[in-house]
Design a protein around this ligand. Structure first.
Ligand code: ADP
Length: 286
């Protein structure tokens, strides 16, 4: 998986737009049930797209009239995503087999709708890769609801997950990686003045860093005025060059914004694996 911070609400809105015409051709009403705020999860955006597209495609395929409803709900440490339809439903005896490979039931839905019976088994695999679960509730002739959960990881858990994957890969491939850390000093001062402006500034800088990194495997994570750039295959001798380049970009950005530049300054560190593993560990603990 190539995980990054994804806004599920945005993602769902975009997918639903893409299905709008297919649904209206069949006279189906597409409904959305979304909360007011953003829903950020640490996930692979392409794979999330694939999951939703499969489920919505099935919902449209197996519904002759009525509606398709896509819902998102945040509860404690999970986000629940559901795709509901008012379609033909699935017989109770078939439900236990629904996620098996090549399973199709009562295919009478006409030409051009033949599928492979692989969709739901792939979807289940993708959900499990994210550490989530998936289940189906259905009533014959009434409709179906497929729900899956995506765990919400804390920043520390995400960083840990990312670093341990990198360490594992580096050990296996006898490779290396580097971590660049940028701290915005006096970040608290910004937050005291305006939490909202401070968090906007932070996301602006994250997008800037993402754009400025050239390779798709590079990861940027940020929390409370601190940025972590995790760079696979970057050797200790090369890390300072990337550090300088990124520092210049961030400094330029801060200077161009009067509100930011009069308050904060930047501190930067580079750690490389395996050479600085112990130092990085200590730094993170502190
Ligand atoms: P495919 O759609 O390619 O046939 P899937 O694995 O996505 O394969 O689905 C397997 C089977 O489960 C479908 O063929 C269909 O019989 C049933 N099914 C899936 N989604 C729905 C739904 N929303 N309503 C009714 N039946 C469904």
């Amino acid at each position: 998986l190539k995980k990054e911070e994804v806004d599920l609400k945005d993602l769902v809105k975009t997918i639903v737009q893409a299905f709008e015409s297919k649904a209206s051709e069949k006279g189906l009403d597409m409904r959305l049930e979304l909360p007011g705020e953003k829903i950020l999860v640490w996930a692979d955006e392409d794979k999330l797209n694939q999951i939703f597209m499969n489920l919505i495609d099935n919902a449209i395929k197996f519904t002759r009239q009525g509606f398709i409803k896509i819902g998102l709900e945040e509860k404690d440490k999970e986000v629940f995503c559901s795709v509901q339809d008012s379609g033909i439903g699935i017989p109770a005896e078939d439900l236990p087999k629904i996620f098996d490979k090549f399973t199709q039931f009562g295919r009478k839905d006409g030409p051009g709708e033949k599928g492979t019976g692989l969709g739901l088994s792939i979807v289940k695999g993708l959900v499990s890769l994210h550490g989530g679960q998936i289940w189906v509730e259905s009533q014959l002739g009434r409709g179906t609801v497929v729900t899956f959960s995506i765990p919400k990881l804390s920043f520390e858990d995400r960083l840990k997950e990312c670093l341990s994957t990198m360490i594992q890969e580096s050990v296996e491939k006898k490779g290396t990686f580097s971590v660049l850390v940028f701290s915005l000093l006096k970040w608290e001062v910004l937050c005291q003045e305006s939490e909202q402006k401070a968090s906007q500034a932070l996301s602006g800088m994250v997008s800037l860093l993402r754009k400025s990194l050239r390779r798709s495997g590079d990861t940027v994570m940020a929390k409370e005025g601190r940025f972590f750039l995790i760079l696979p295959d970057t050797k200790k001798k090369d890390a300072p060059f990337v550090l300088e380049r990124m520092k210049e970009i961030l400094t330029g950005h801060i200077r161009s914004d009067a509100w930011l530049s009069e308050k904060i300054s930047l501190e930067a560190y580079a750690f490389s694996y395996p050479e600085d593993a112990v130092a990085l560990g200590k730094w993170l603990e502190e």
